[in-house]
Write a protein of this length. Structure first.
Length: 223
């Protein structure tokens, strides 16, 4: 059973999500929060598998709440999915940088929302590769004059092959697609990605994508 916690300051939104999620035999809503501070508190007590996190909330916004949850080793089993009303939202990029496993638009169709919860619960990142790529490109390009990190700081410990793999993850390729591109077995590609998680201290694939762009390994607009 996948436990989901809802964090949104609009009661009607929470009620809609609750009704949809609790109609599923494999999902249960384990709590609701109307602000980020309450969300962090509840996550600590209820240990949900997934948090559906709004960004703009009183007391503590979803960005800070996401950062606190993802930086707590005791909550390593909890994944945060950011909810937003439009895809090119500067706060969404901040949330991905803070450790969110992906994002969903609030007007996502119900079947897509349910699929997203299950994907993230299975340990994958909800990248929605094309949307996430466009989001990251837009904001990394905006910040190019003042890079967040220097390439050498982040990539120094990576082998040339690991850099290749990271670049392809950043472009939205799956493990199978990476294997085909680099003429590797799927298991070898998966092993390289797993090593990237360890070397870059990344919780999931979404953070690898952000790192690939911020480090300059993938250039906005590059194909």
């Amino acid at each position: 059973m996948t436990g989901v916690l809802l964090a949104d300051d609009q009661g009607l939104v929470r009620a809609g999500f609750r009704a949809l999620l609790e109609a599923q035999p494999d999902i249960e809503v384990v709590g609701e929060a109307a602000d980020g501070a309450h969300a962090v508190e509840l996550v600590g007590r209820r240990r949900p598998d997934i948090v559906l996190m709004d960004i703009r909330m009183p007391r503590m916004d979803g960005l800070e709440a996401t950062r606190r949850i993802t930086s707590d080793p005791a909550l390593a089993g909890t994944r945060v999915v950011v909810l937003t009303t439009f895809e090119l939202d500067e706060y969404v990029f901040g949330a991905l940088r803070a450790g969110a496993s992906g994002f969903l638009l609030k007007d996502t169709d119900p079947p897509d929302l349910l699929a997203a919860v299950r994907v993230v619960a299975d340990g994958e990142a909800l990248l929605a590769p094309r949307l996430t790529r466009r989001l990251i490109e837009a904001f990394v390009e905006r910040e190019r004059a003042t890079p967040v990190v220097e390439e050498g700081d982040v990539l120094a410990e990576l082998t040339p092959r690991e850099r290749e793999v990271l670049a392809l993850v950043g472009r939205g390729l799956s493990n199978t697609e990476i294997a085909d591109k680099l003429i590797l077995s799927p298991l070898t590609a998966k092993t390289h990605v797993a090593r990237l998680f360890g070397k870059l201290d990344a919780r999931d694939r979404a953070q690898l994508v952000v790192t690939a762009y911020e480090s300059g390994l993938v250039v906005p607009g590059e194909r």
